[in-house]
Design a protein around this ligand. Structure first.
Ligand SMILES: CC(C)(COP(=O)(O)OP(=O)(O)OC[C@H]1O[C@@H](n2cnc3c(N)ncnc32)[C@H](O)[C@@H]1OP(=O)(O)O)[C@@H](O)C(=O)NCCC(=O)NCCS
Length: 330
């Protein structure tokens, strides 16, 4: 007899976040670099960011976000058999920061690894975890985005250092049975990933462990990134809806990567969503790269905006270039 593999889908059962205690306002930055609160707010919507203290490492923040996600799911470390952590700022070249988190949480089985896809890292990690759950390899996946960008910023470059913040967000995915109506049942409906390495030089870090310039700092051509973000994110939003035969009106929440309020608002307009249906944290968190989407999910979950049954569309673009989307019924 043929072995029967029961088809599974990934249910998003818990969301958590962690933000460093230190809050740095635009005015406080203006005392360090030649900028102003007015310029930063007008161009980006950012009002403040959280910057980590030395003890608030990528693993430290990831652990706290993951614990909160497990608590919301009513799950225990023993329920986890995969930890994927998306980051561009790992604490060490190896072991993977995911495994520092795994150890700290007391998870004893399964596997774990980091993935590097810059600001699209969370969507990439979600997609990988979803595929591993669907294939039956995994039953409980912690998907974490955790970043300490303050350690890779050039604090003399006002064009970039004002844009980023630190933090971590996490979700817990659990395998559940596939139901007859895949569109109304809970779970990840689809994920869509893209990359174009030929655009690697418009947003990058000019070093790494093993490079003479290590650890390197972030370099960005803001205008080029902006241009690609608006067109590629619009495409990937349509791709997610078309793949599921859904329309813009079906989306309850847009939870975009939080890089710039102008890009976020452009996506909201494209979907015809009222602004109160677009989750915005960039004003308070700035751009936390791979942590920004799960932190935005945590924000909207904590105050009761996100409810079970809601359809959430996530999208992100980052260095690489990488970009992608995920459509999830909570
Ligand atoms: C970064 C960004 C806000 C800059 O806005 P912009 O309108 O393109 O501004 P420019 O870079 O053209 O700079 C305009 C002027 O502001 C100045 N400027 C740049 N940063 C400044 C700052 N922090 N404070 C004050 N002035 C600043 C520039 O020097 C320039 O001055 P000049 O005209 O005298 O040369 C915008 O390009 C952006 O958001 N890009 C996308 C970035 C992004 O999303 N990155 C992350 C992707 S994951």
């Amino acid at each position: 007899m043929e072995p029967q593999v029961r088809p599974m889908r990934s249910l998003l059962t818990g969301i958590g976040g962690y933000l460093p205690e230190q809050v740095v306002t635009n005015d406080a930055l203006a005392a360090r670099v030649d900028t102003s609160d007015a310029w930063i707010r007008e161009r980006t919507g950012i009002q403040q960011r959280h910057l980590s203290l030395p003890h608030e490492t990528t693993a430290y923040m990831g652990v706290r976000a993951a614990r909160a996600a497990l608590a919301q799911a009513g799950a225990k470390p023993a329920d986890v058999d995969l930890v994927i952590l998306a980051t561009s700022t790992p604490d060490q070249a190896f072991p993977a920061t995911a495994l520092r988190v795994q150890a700290e949480l007391g998870i004893k089985r399964g596997s774990g690894f980091d993935i590097s896809a810059a600001c699209s890292g969370f969507v990439y990690a979600l997609s990988i975890a979803d595929a591993m759950i669907k294939s039956g390899q995994v039953t409980g996946a912690l998907v974490i985005g955790s970043e300490c960008y303050s350690r890779i910023l050039n604090w003399q470059d006002r064009g970039t250092c004002v844009l980023f913040g630190d933090g971590a967000g996490a979700v817990f995915l659990q395998a559940g049975p596939v139901s007859a109506d895949r569109l109304t049942a809970r779970g990840i409906l689809s994920t869509h990933l893209h990359a174009d390495g030929a655009l690697g030089d418009i947003l990058y870090v000019d070093g790494a462990v093993g490079q003479p310039t290590r650890p390197g700092t972030l370099v960005m051509n803001g205008r080029e990134v902006f241009r690609h973000a608006v067109t590629k994110l619009a495409e990937v939003v349509d791709e997610a809806l078309n793949a599921n035969g859904l329309g813009r009106r079906d989306v309850d929440w847009l939870v975009p990567h939080q890089a710039n309020l102008r890009i976020i608002e452009a996506m909201g307009r494209k979907l015809g969503l009222p602004s109160e249906r677009v989750v915005v944290t960039v004003d308070r968190h700035a751009n936390t790269s791979a942590a920004s989407i799960p932190l935005a999910l945590a924000d909207a979950s904590a105050d009761g905006r996100l409810q079970r049954g809601h359809l959430v569309l996530m999208e992100a673009l980052g260095g690489g270039l990488t970009w992608g989307s995920a459509l999830v019924r909570l």
